[in-house]
Design a binder for this molecule. Structure first.
Ligand SMILES: Nc1ncnc2c1ncn2[C@@H]1O[C@H](COP(=O)(O)OP(=O)(O)OP(=O)(O)O)[C@@H](O)[C@H]1O
Length: 304
């Protein structure tokens, strides 16, 4: 069974803003990055998956359950870390996470034990009796993660978990999310506008832009080899480009590289011959891999 399945999912706010447009996606278990620039519709999708807001059209299932019909059953299986926090400053993390465990339906003692365990998993065990108001941003993000874990969910939905963190804090949070996804056997959907971040820790990606699906696939499939050869010589790049053109190839200069489409069976041989004829020092000759960033239009890649 798919973890998440949507069919033609659409969401309009107030009949004017279309946040999701005809989104059909089928997600298998694992660590999944949900990426897109700010405003792409990521939070809207997460809220629909949780049954917090209804879609305007289309179908949605989480573990085969329709969150628009049975949100409680979905939420029993799903932990949610919201993007923004509303953490009470004057209670301890232990009290807060226990309280949310109680709200999830855990008995008092079980909620207390699970809260301690969740806080230990996120690295806050020693600090768990301190008031949240005195915590750093990174610690507050960890409290949000612990409360998402407290009821032992099968799926975590994390909305921008690295928000507000410095580079070291971001790395630590990503490592933690990766550990939860791999060691605990929980599936995780990590929402982010920073493609480079999620690419590092995810098995698959759902890329959306302007509420539409760009692509949903395993990262390994997105970075397959392309039909372009990258050639790098330590000197004589322009000379080589001219020679390759003379041999019927169509090289393009890309910084220090020449990118040559694999149009002919003997493209490799033609390049090697030209390099040898010009007696140039060959530094590199390999088939280029696609990059995940190619998913997004050039104007977006700086942001995602
Ligand atoms: N309650 C709302 N009422 C009206 N428009 C909304 C509402 N919530 C979101 N939108 C709009 O819907 C679009 C998608 O927003 P959404 O928050 O889902 O995007 P996002 O990818 O999560 O971006 P961000 O990371 O900035 O939150 C945006 O144009 C946003 O302005």
């Amino acid at each position: 069974m798919s973890l998440i399945e949507t069919q033609g999912l659409t969401k309009t706010y107030g009949g004017r803003v279309t946040a999701l447009h005809d989104l059909s996606v089928s997600v298998e278990p694992g660590i999944i990055g949900l990426v897109g620039a700010n405003g792409a519709g990521k939070s809207t999708l997460i809220k629909i998956l949780l049954g917090l807001i209804p879609p305007s059209g289309g179908q949605v299932r989480v573990f085969g359950i329709d969150p628009t019909v049975d949100p409680d059953r979905v939420r029993a299986k799903v932990g949610y870390m919201p993007e923004h926090d509303a953490l009470p400053p004057d209670v301890s993390a232990a009290e807060f996470v226990t309280h949310l465990g109680r709200i999830s339906g855990l008995p008092r003692t079980a909620a207390r034990e699970r809260a301690s365990e969740a806080l230990r998993h996120v690295g806050l065990y020693e600090e768990r009796y301190r008031q949240i108001g005195g915590y750093s941003t990174g610690m507050k993000q960890r409290v949000k993660l612990a409360q998402a874990l407290v009821h032992d969910p099968d799926l975590l939905l994390l909305d921008e978990p690295t928000n507000g963190l410095d580079p070291a804090g971001r790395d630590a949070m990503l490592a933690l999310v990766h550990r939860i996804g791999t060691e605990f056997g929980i599936s995780v959907v990590v929402c982010s506008h920073l493609l480079g971040e999620v690419e590092r820790i995810c098995d698959s990606l759902i890329a959306i832009e302007g509420g539409r699906l760009l692509r949903a696939d395993r990262i390994s499939a997105m970075t397959e080899v392309s039909d372009v050869l990258a050639v790098e010589v330590s000197e004589g790049t322009e000379e080589l480009a001219a020679a390759l053109t003379g041999l019927g190839l169509t090289p393009q200069v890309d910084g220090r590289l020449l990118l040559v489409p694999l149009d002919h069976d003997d493209t490799y041989d033609r390049i090697l011959r030209a390099v040898a004829d010009l007696d140039l020092p060959l530094h590199r000759l390999d088939q280029r891999r696609h990059r995940v960033a190619e998913l997004f239009a050039p104007r977006e890649t700086a942001d995602v």
